[in-house]
Design a binder for this molecule. Structure first.
Ligand code: ADP
Ligand code: MG
Ligand code: MG
Length: 211
């Protein structure tokens, strides 16, 4: 049976920190169009701090690692995205508490719990032009694929494609939550920054597992 190891989870967050740094200006430009031009800055600061904490806790189980990430994001990222991603990883950590490796089903539980956390914290619905529009198709697609006995990596590959589609679909949407909602109809025609960072985060996991 395919598993995700504790080392791969650490590598996932290292890759996230690198990828967010590479896309810092891009994420900030997306946020400049419909928000306050800080999403790349917020995410880069948060994940750099999270990595520093992770390195100090490198021998912890996966639940503890995710909790460390979550607490760092909550305490170091201002803005909507800090508490939302913080809640995502905090719920994810509870779903896999004490585990040294994850089965395909554990990863499904992790993703589902993270999504539920984002919904409870942010109260967004699908189609509100938020990170949920990228996260939700990922969870649905991954869960369906493993229920059909697809391998973990194949299921995640499909999920990342669905996430990318969800991210692109945010372009036409009118924002109903967050700062972009202040623009009303004028928010349409721009891709949501948070949906974009969610896509990057999930793509990083696939890249680590495909190695
Ligand atoms: P802020 O808007 O406070 O400056 P960021 O720019 O870091 O925070 O993050 C903005 C992103 O947060 C948006 O692009 C959107 O995806 C996400 N977001 C905002 N509000 C919500 C919400 N209520 N539920 C889910 N996601 C949200
Ligand atoms: Mg912003
Ligand atoms: Mg802000």
């Amino acid at each position: 049976e395919e598993k995700v190891t504790q080392i791969q989870i650490i590598d996932w967050f290292k890759k996230i920190a690198e990828t967010i740094e590479e896309n810092k200006d891009y994420l900030t430009e997306l946020d400049a169009a419909i928000g306050d031009a800080d999403h790349g800055i917020n995410m880069d600061r948060g994940f750099k701090k999270a990595i520093a904490q992770l390195v100090q806790n490198r021998n912890s189980d996966i639940g503890t690692l995710l909790k460390t990430i979550a607490m760092t994001l909550i305490s170091s990222v201002g803005g909507a995205s800090g508490p939302l991603y913080g809640t995502l990883f905090l719920r994810a950590s509870s779903a896999v508490a004490g585990k040294q490796e994850l089965t395909a089903q554990d990863l499904a539980n992790l993703l589902q719990a993270g999504k539920d956390g984002v919904i409870q914290r942010g109260k967004a619905n699908l189609g509100d032009k938020t990170m949920l529009d990228a996260l939700s198709p990922a969870v649905e697609t991954y869960t369906t694929a493993i229920a059909q006995n697809r391998s973990l990596v194949d299921a995640l590959r499909e999920a990342v494609l669905a996430t990318e589609e969800g991210m692109k679909k945010t372009i036409v949407l009118v924002a109903k939550k967050g700062r972009a909602s202040y623009l009303g109809e004028r928010s349409a025609g721009h891709q949501d920054p948070g949906a974009t960072s969610t896509y990057l985060i999930l793509r990083c996991l696939l890249e680590v597992l495909e190695k």
